[in-house]
Ligand binder design. Sequence first.
Ligand code: UDP
Length: 245
Amino acid sequence: MNQSLGPVSLLGVRVDDVTMDEAVAAISGWLAVGGAHHVVTVNPEFVMAAQHDASFADVLRRSDLAVPDGIGLQLAARWTGQRLRSRVPGVELCERLAQLSQRHGWRLFLLGAGPGIAQATAAVLERRFPGVMIAGCLAGSPRVEDEPALRDAILAARPDILLVAFGAPAQDLWIARNQPLLQVPVAIGVGGTFDYLSGNVVRAPRWMRRLGLEWLFRLVRQPWRWRRIWTAVVRFPIAMHRQGR
Ligand code: UDP
């Protein structure tokens, strides 16, 4: 799987060179065969976190699909003579899956985000994609002691796709710990996606995203996130530069 999708390596972290259509096709294939797959939405912060967090690095390595979420990875790939043809933002991936749920009856479970946000996201998806199958939505928590109750709720809902929005690395460590017991065909760590889809947080306008300036928009709107933005926009390029081409 990973080989055929032409992975690139950024500071030792694998990112698969997939377009949105290819990512959706891979997910659709897994839904047809079943099993327990893990999709990660990699951004520069993931790459930096993996440098000093061996268990997160291992979870990323063992993921079934690592989609490139953001222009920073594309630029870094190009700088090292590799290629990521496209970006696959988590928000847009979720929108596509909701659209396909509407068509194929795929059952989505929304786990994570602040109180009421998963429910608000479900309501928005039901309005935008009438007939979308929402198997369940829960804010939950990434705490280990809460895992058994969350697993019971998810198992009872029998989803095809589990979207986990606890932020990285918590969401992907959560999936890695729980997928063997859940056996949901596809689980995806989706970060702040529910905040965007529900309208709780406004996404940067398209022109800013296209120019790779989403970070600037976030810095102005959510200045308290400056440390994370610094990691993505300054520390990551410096680390890439240090590593050399
Ligand atoms: N979150 C959560 N439980 C936690 C920590 C975070 O549900 O204990 C949620 C948070 O509310 C947000 C998401 O995880 O919806 C992470 O969003 P963030 O903007 O940090 O993610 P990004 O997309 O930037 O990785």
